[in-house]
Design a binder for this molecule. Structure first.
Ligand SMILES: [Zn+2]
Length: 137
């Protein structure tokens, strides 16, 4: 893969339903989304690493006051969506939407529950765009 180690490549990977991060060839540190250099050893000897997308829920919040783009998808005060922090089995934490759960009964959503990455697509200004979501595994 000749893609630059940046967020754009990360988003392009997501369009192909792939969770692309990087690994430092010097010290083995891993990053998701990708970084242009390693903040552990300050080297830029990076290589692509595809994450499997399995992990567990670390924290989450219900979003009731939604941005316009989400309101257009039907979310709002009566239909909140969930954003969570997920710790992947590889050891990194990433923020994504939590789907396939009862958003109106957040007490049913459990910290530590196993999750798997999913890459749903939405239309944004007439363009299909993938985003990162997690569903109960
Ligand atoms: Zn390093």
């Amino acid at each position: 893969m000749e893609m630059p180690f940046n967020e754009l490549s990360y988003w392009m990977g997501m369009e192909e339903a792939r969770l692309m991060g990087v690994k430092c060839k010097e010290c083995g540190a891993i990053y998701l989304p990708p970084r242009p250099f390693c903040v552990q050893c300050y080297k830029d000897a990076l290589e692509w690493k595809e994450f499997k997308g399995d992990g567990k829920l670390v924290a989450f919040t219900s979003i009731f006051v939604v941005p316009k783009s989400m309101a257009e998808q039907g979310y709002g005060r009566d239909n909140p969506y969930i954003v969570g922090v997920v710790e992947l089995n590889e050891g990194v934490r990433i923020v994504g939407r939590i789907e396939g759960v009862d958003t109106k009964r957040p007490e049913t959503i459990k910290i530590g529950m196993p999750l798997k990455a999913d890459f749903p697509k939405v239309m944004e200004a007439g363009v299909s765009k993938a985003y990162l979501a997690f569903r109960p595994a």
